[in-house]
Design a binder for this molecule. Sequence first.
Ligand SMILES: Cc1ncc(COP(=O)(O)O)c(C=O)c1O
Length: 325
Amino acid sequence: MMSIDFSELPLKVADRVALSQTPTPIHALPHLSKMLGTQIYCKRDDLTGFGFGGNKVRKLEYLLSEPLRYGSDCLITCGSNQSNWCCMTSVAGAALGMDVYLVLGGPVPKVDTGNLRLARIAGARISHVDTTDDDVLESAAGELEDVLRARGRRPYRIIMGGSTGLGSFGYVRALAEIASFERTAGLRFSRIIHATGSAGTQAGLIAGSMLGSWPGEINGIAVSRSATEQEAKVRAVLAQTLPRQLLDQAHPIIDDRFMGGGYRQKTDGCNEAIEIFARREGIFLDEVYTGKAAAALIAYGREGRFNSGENVLFLHTGGAAQLFE
Ligand SMILES: Cc1ncc(COP(=O)(O)O)c(C=O)c1O
């Protein structure tokens, strides 16, 4: 694996709590490669092998080292009703012996479906706040933290999406897996294309590429914010991760052309990408994140943005439980 000198970093990287089955596979996508006229590969982080898979377990492996060290007895976090993050935190907390409290945004659903159902099965204690405002949700989670503390509990609260400097180390590690695959397979990826939301995944990939001198591009496909707002979010996570001199050299690449009307708003390109991946490659994407990233991949190919002979890596960050909502 690519070696990274963690002692150079501003953040103290705690131990990793191994939950996932990694490295995840990387394999060619033959039909898409033919369709787009270049070599397209997929890193299967939908197969991280814990809970329902996806990118969140990589963040949790770093984040949960802290509550374990502090002797916390419960976790609190927030997100939307169908949050992959909240579902995965529920499973990871339960597996490590901690109660998990979720504050979910949106109306109380009549039936638990998709991620909400999975979180419930994992034993999460769920409350709902009918809002789409992230700040309102975070402050409700903060109030719950105070209440639990007053009752003598030892809660550990994690911000929405787990996108802190510590959480982003999950994707520093994933980048090292990618570099290691390149060495073994004798090829180089020119770029990684993936969905960017709470920004930890992209920040981790960028930090990993800078710390390990990985030369490719990292194309974040925004699913909920303008490129300018998303870039600020990625940089805010990077500020916790990278030494100052490297932070100034970080230039996140973000494309916001594929999010349609915004978070959870469906687009034709996303629907098409979901069908192509399912019907031609046997891979299920989701309508909120990976479908939009795959729509960008397909559009880039059609726009002639890839040189023939380029090896492009699509990072599948999971989330297919959303299809069952
Ligand atoms: C399936 C899936 N893909 C991608 C992302 C985006 O990752 P990040 O929030 O680290 O930007 C998320 C975040 O919720 C997700 O659930």
